[in-house]
Structure formats: structure tokens, C-alpha cells
Design a protein around this ligand. Structure first.
Ligand SMILES: NC(=O)c1ccc[n+]([C@@H]2O[C@H](COP(=O)([O-])OP(=O)(O)OC[C@H]3O[C@@H](n4cnc5c(N)ncnc54)[C@H](O)[C@@H]3O)[C@@H](O)[C@H]2O)c1
Length: 321
């Protein structure tokens, strides 16, 4: 574990963008009691103020926490700044369609955050999260271990949930990852998926259940396309991503060395470099402690290389250099 970094003052977490995702994360953070200060920053000041008021009224039911609507200067000293500002995914719009809109916002937001808080960690939630994590790294000038994105933490959770429903075990007992892009080119790592250390086909054999690869593929497609299905119904997704952001925040604030599938700068993995996407990653108080290089089968390697190519094309379109 890293040497604990930072000051001995209150534990501050900043949230930039207090719409569905930012506000739901702030609420989850307040309930957790992990932060003693939560600052909310939004281009729509009234929105941030309203959220701060509402959250403050929950303080008597939760934990002593200072919550306020602030400016970028208030990000100073934050251990983590969660970035959830920007446009959401519209029905029928792919995550990659969003990139130019949100990258323009990034050019304004990232330098402001870093000017006031050069020592903190940036945690990106805005989509397309991988391209924007890479852009945040480039625009911030921060070391790569302090710039990460929620990546496939959500897809991995959806995958584990759906597998758990199928196999009839607690989702926490299903160990399976979605890696690569948070989006259409994401990759399920079937070769390493397991329950109680047994590969899924072996688990079925032992349990006397049929193992149907076509059904597994359907579960993956449901996982990959879940956001589209939710957005069609309720216009946005936010509870699960906020819970994922909480897992990441907890791993960092409590210096836990937790392995989570988050997006960060990748170097030298199956020939893939200079891109942000998700692999299981050890997170501690310093941010990314290390990225775990999984041993993939050939099909998975090819799919991951394709995912990297998709992302490289997107990032190139942003002209960050
Ligand atoms: N990573 C994931 O797994 C995941 C999951 C769900 C949503 N998201 C993404 O999170 C982002 C936010 O979604 P949402 O539903 O909360 O959207 P939202 O529209 O509810 O909130 C966005 C907020 O950003 C603010 N904003 C816009 N420009 C800003 C700027 N320049 N500076 C500060 N604030 C600014 C808006 O005022 C608004 O309050 C979207 O990009 C969405 O696609 C990511």
C-alpha cells in the first residue's frame, strides 16, 4: 500500500457536475460518512445550491458533514474530484457521439480544477468515459496514477448481476470482468469468469446445469446494452454508477488496495499503449497503484485490441496534442 498522502485536515471530496450522476454520488457519499466535506460545483449554480441544501437537510440523519455549493477554488485540498459534468446520453445516441460535446467542456473544467488542486485525484464519470479520462490526463498534466475513470466498473457490476440471476448465487460471489471500453466495444472475460474458483462451464457441470454459450452471449449483450434500455425507459442512469463511484472513492480514501475495473492509462499490454480503458486495477490512497495484466485467450485479446483501436480513433478526433 502507498504511504498515506495528503494533509491531516478534513477529508474533502469535490463533485463537478451535480446532475443525476453527481448528485446521486454526493448523496451516497453523505450516507457513507467517508467524507467530512463535500463541495458541489456546477455551471448551473442554482442546481448545485439546491442539491447542497437538500443534502444538508439529510445531515442530521447521517453523519456530520459540511456540504456546500462552491467554485473551482473550493476544490483545493480535495482528495478526489469526481467529474460528472456534461451532457448525458440521449436515446439512440452512442457514447462515442457524445465525445466532442463533452471534450469542449473538459477544456474549461480540467485546468480550473488542477489550478486549485494540483495534488488531488481526478475521477471521471462523464461519457464517453475512457476518452474523457485520457483527455483529463492530457489536459491536467497530472501523473497518470492520479487520473482515472469509472470505466467498466458499472458494466462489470451489470454482468455480475445478470450472471448471478442466471446461476442463482449472490452477485458478490460471481467473479467476472468486463474490460476495455465502457461502451459498444467492451469485452467480457469469459475465460477467467468463475464462481467459487470454478469456471462457469465447470460450475454448471458440478451443479448438474446445462452450460449454454448462446445464453452466455445473450447475458453479455444485455450487459453491454443495459444503458440504452434504461435510458429508453427513464431518460438516464445514475444509481449504479454512483454506487460504483462510491466503491472507487472508498478504495482510495481508505487506502484499501481494492481491485476494481476502472479506466486509466494503459502501457504495453498486448501491444496496447497510450490509451485509457479498463482492466482490473489496484486502487489505494495514491490512486492507481497498479493495473493487472490479465492473461486473455486469443479471441479476448483480439476483441480488446479492437476496443483499443475504437478508442484511439475517438481520442485522435479530439486533437489533444
Ligand atoms: N461512466 C458511467 O458509467 C456513466 C453512467 C451514467 C451516466 N454517465 C455520464 O455522466 C454524465 C452526467 O450525466 P447526468 O445524467 O448526471 O447528466 P445531467 O444533465 O443530469 O447533469 C450534468 C450536469 O453537468 C452540468 N454542467 C454542464 N456543463 C458544465 C460545466 N462546464 N461545468 C460544470 N458543470 C457543468 C450541468 O449543469 C448539469 O447539472 C453524462 O456524460 C453521462 O453520460 C456515465
Amino acid at each position: 500500500m502507498s504511504e498515506t498522502r495528503g494533509n491531516l485536515g478534513p477529508t474533502r471530496v469535490a463533485v463537478v457536475g451535480t446532475g443525476n450522476v453527481g448528485a446521486t454520488f454526493a448523496y451516497a457519499l453523505l450516507l457513507s460518512g467517508l467524507a467530512s466535506e463535500i463541495v458541489l460545483v456546477d455551471a448551473n449554480r442554482a442546481r448545485a445550491e439546491g442539491e447542497a441544501m437538500d443534502l444538508n437537510h439529510a445531515v442530521p440523519f447521517t453523519h456530520p458533514t459540511r456540504v456546500w455549493a462552491g467554485d473551482y477554488a473550493d476544490c483545493a485540498g480535495a482528495v478526489i474530484t469526481v467529474l460528472a459534468a456534461g451532457a448525458g446520453q440521449k436515446p439512440g445516441e452512442s457514447r462515442l457521439d457524445l465525445v466532442k460535446k463533452n471534450a469542449a467542456i473538459w477544456r474549461g473544467v480540467i485546468p480550473e480544477v488542477v489550478k486549485h488542486n494540483p495534488g488531488g485525484i481526478l475521477l471521471v464519470a462523464t461519457n464517453p468515459v475512457d476518452a474523457l479520462t485520457y483527455a483529463a490526463w492530457k489536459l491536467s498534466g497530472l501523473p497518470p496514477e492520479r487520473v482515472l475513470g469509472s470505466g467498466t466498473i458499472l458494466d462489470t457490476a451489470r454482468f455480475r448481476y445478470l450472471l448471478s440471476e442466471h446461476f442463482g448465487v449472490d452477485a458478490r460471489s460471481v467473479h467476472a470482468y468486463i474490460i476495455g471500453e465502457h461502451g459498444d466495444s467492451e469485452v467480457p472475460v469469459w475465460s477467467l469468469a468463475n464462481i467459487a474458483g470454478m469456471r462457469l462451464s465447470e460450475f454448471c457441470k458440478v451443479q448438474g446445469l446445462p452450460y449454454d454459450p448462446n445464453l452466455m452471449e445473450k447475458i453479455f449483450v444485455q450487459t453491454r446494452d443495459a444503458a440504452y434500455r434504461i435510458i429508453e425507459r427513464k431518460g438516464a442512469t445514475y444509481y449504479a454508477v454512483a454506487a460504483g463511484l462510491m466503491q472507487i472513492t472508498q478504495a482510495i480514501l481508505r487506502d484499501q488496495s481494492t481491485v476494481l475495473s476502472v479506466s486509466s492509462l494503459i502501457g504495453g499490454y498486448y501491444g496496447i499503449s497510450d490509451i485509457c480503458f479498463s482492466l482490473p486495477t489496484v486502487l489505494d490512497r495514491g490512486g492507481v497503484e497498479r493495473v493487472l495484466h490479465l492473461q486473455l485467450n486469443e479471441e479476448e485479446q483480439a476483441k480488446l485490441c479492437h476496443s483499443a483501436e475504437v478508442l484511439q480513433a475517438t481520442v485522435k478526433a479530439l486533437k489533444l496534442d
